[in-house]
Design a protein around this ligand. Structure first.
Ligand SMILES: Nc1ncnc2c1ncn2[C@@H]1O[C@H](COP(=O)(O)OP(=O)(O)OP(=O)(O)O)[C@@H](O)[C@H]1O
Ligand SMILES: [Mg+2]
Length: 283
């Protein structure tokens, strides 16, 4: 099993190396990076390229580690016992009321699978700590049925984080770490090519120049990311924006058309407008 990138996803050599290191070590791959730099998509693409079914666990602030293992549905059992009577065969067997979580499904799968634990930093600090043994030994105990669940095949685990919270050291020790750096212009060009093959070279060059200029603005609260660039290009094409609107004549910055695809709050827009105003005053 080796990941060599895919036709829908541009992976830099260091990213491929990280994926393959995690496969070799059989440890979870912890991926960090700015929002929109392709963390979630990486798991989808690796799974697709290696022909592994992908189980996805999207973490929320209220998610508990236990939910990824299993949940005991006591409410349904109570309801069934009231409707059918406590003597009912289904009600007697507690197994019928155990709902398997993503981890259990991954552990019990007949073939190797990939498992994505997306945005682990959204949950509270207990969450990663509660998963240490499960991710390390790939096993857990079900108290209700007094049985061990052990992975038939170690799943290929991807964990993404936006760095909203620090992860505990004991958790980090068990992972292979990779930070997706913001793509350099040539990588970005390759990414855009994947999404818009046949895009005119001049338009792409002008759009990328504007995009990186916007990102370079000092004091920006939220820099536009890869996914925002893709959205913006989609709009430029749909609206048939002429190339001249993107190319500044005298190397001055101007507010790009459809700027709402790139800048997502009023402070950043104001900052931009101020800069443009100062420029015209200095003229
Ligand atoms: N390397 C890449 N190759 C191709 N497309 C990419 C790449 N990186 C990002 N994209 C584009 O950016 C979009 C966003 O990617 P994704 O949802 O994986 O980001 P993310 O890092 O998970 O963001 P968030 O932290 O907000 O969840 C993708 O749908 C894809 O269109
Ligand atoms: Mg994501």
């Amino acid at each position: 099993m080796k990941f060599l990138g895919s036709e829908h996803y541009v992976a830099t050599p260091d990213l491929m190396l990280a994926v393959n290191a995690a496969i070799t070590l059989q440890r979870p791959l912890l991926i960090k990076g700015e929002p929109g730099t392709g963390k979630t998509m990486l798991a989808e693409e690796v799974a697709r390229a290696l022909n592994l079914p992908l189980l996805q666990w999207h973490v929320k602030s209220t998610t508990k580690a236990q939910q990824g293992l299993y949940e005991y549905d006591a409410v349904s059992r109570l309801r069934d016992s009231q409707l059918a009577g406590a003597g009912d065969e289904r009600v007697k067997d507690i197994r019928n009321y155990i709902v398997k979580g993503q981890l259990w499904q991954a552990f019990s799968a007949e073939q190797p699978v990939a498992l994505l634990i997306d945005e682990i930093d959204k949950a509270d600090i207990e969450f990663p700590n509660d998963l240490l043994r499960e991710l390390d030994r790939m096993e857990f105990y079900v108290y209700e049925t007094r049985e061990w669940v052990r992975a038939k095949h170690r799943p290929l685990v991807f964990i993404t984080s936006n760095n909203e919270k620090e992860l505990p050291d004991a958790f980090l020790r068990r992972c292979f770490f990779h930070f997706i750096k913001f793509p350099e212009p040539d990588t970005m060009q390759a990414i855009v090519d994947v999404h818009f093959p046949g895009l005119k070279k001049e338009l792409l060059a002008a759009a990328l120049k504007t995009f990186y200029e916007v990102r370079k603005l000092p004091g920006l609260k939220k820099k536009p990311s890869t996914s925002e660039l893709i959205d913006w290009l989609k709009l430029l094409l749909a609206e048939d924006i002429p190339l001249e609107t993107l190319q500044s004549q005298d190397e001055k910055i101007a507010i790009p058309p459809l700027v709402g695809a790139l800048l997502k709050n009023e402070q950043d827009l104001t900052l931009f407008e101020k800069l443009v105003m100062m420029q015209s005053r200095n003229r």
